[in-house]
Design a protein around this ligand. Structure first.
Ligand code: ADP
Ligand code: MG
Length: 234
């Protein structure tokens, strides 16, 4: 489970890096393409004076254009791949998902001295979610909480329903965080952990945004941390 998550984070990192490279290559490519077009026009005008040179140069320019087109296609391909997949939204029972995930993590949490409190609102309405993606978000949050409570503590997972949304909160009694960490925690690659990927929360926030929901955080040092997740009702 931890490995699957680490792998998902690595894949997301690869995606983000390819997107960045593709982006940085795409802009210069399009200006190279424009300049080649201008050279072709200039050449057409100059070809009266020396038809032979013009012919040869035109072939060279055609080769450049072909390569530019090919590279543009390749970068577009990588950009498409790097976009996070669109969530497939289905009506889901979020308390059922949380329940099975907490059951699944029970052994690990118990060993870490973490007591789990489930505070689910009765008849929590269904939400619109991609189960696999949302599960990844919950796993990220629970894992971060466990890591923030090295000496054990309490993890409270609660749901509340509102008119159009369901709120899920994941609260821990861990070390909390200072403002300068809280301000940056959704940044890709931001981590205060040795060997941390710093991707868990940035990926989670992206997932929530793609769901039309949100992910936010309340925390202060020594006071523990609460993540609040909002999802549209089905
Ligand atoms: P990683 O866990 O790999 O460091 P994340 O994106 O999951 O990356 O988290 C980024 C940072 O946010 C963590 O390194 C940590 O400093 C902080 N953080 C996240 N969750 C908590 C939490 N529950 N309590 C305290 N700090 C947290
Ligand atoms: Mg993490």
């Amino acid at each position: 489970q931890a490995e699957a998550l680490a792998r998902a984070e690595q894949l997301a990192a690869v995606g983000r890096i390819s997107a960045q490279i593709a982006h940085e290559v795409r802009n210069p490519l399009s200006s190279i393409g424009l300049n080649v077009e201008m050279l072709e026009d200039a050449l057409a005008q100059a070809s009266f004076s020396s038809p032979e040179v013009a012919h040869e140069t035109k072939d060279l320019l055609t080769a450049v254009t072909r390569e530019v087109d090919r590279l543009t296609e390749v970068t577009e391909h990588y950009l498409r791949m790097a976009r996070p997949p669109h969530p497939t939204l289905v009506a889901e029972d979020v308390t059922e998902m949380l329940g099975s995930l907490l059951d699944f993590s029970r052994e690990e949490l118990e060993r870490a001295g973490v007591q789990v409190v489930r505070d689910f609102a009765p008849d929590t309405p269904l939400v619109l979610a991609d189960e696999a993606q949302l599960r990844q978000v919950f796993l990220n949050l629970v894992r971060n909480s466990r890591e923030a409570m090295p000496g054990g503590g309490r993890l409270t997972v609660a749901t509340r329903s509102f008119d159009t949304e369901v709120e899920v909160s994941v609260q821990d009694t861990g070390r909390g965080m200072p403002d300068k960490v809280r301000e940056r925690l959704f940044e890709p690659f931001f981590s205060t952990k040795e060997g941390g990927t710093g991707l868990g929360l940035s990926v989670s926030q992206q997932i929530l945004q793609a769901h039309g929901g949100s992910l936010s955080c309340l925390s202060s040092p020594g006071q523990g941390t609460t993540f609040v997740l909002r999802l549209p009702r089905a």
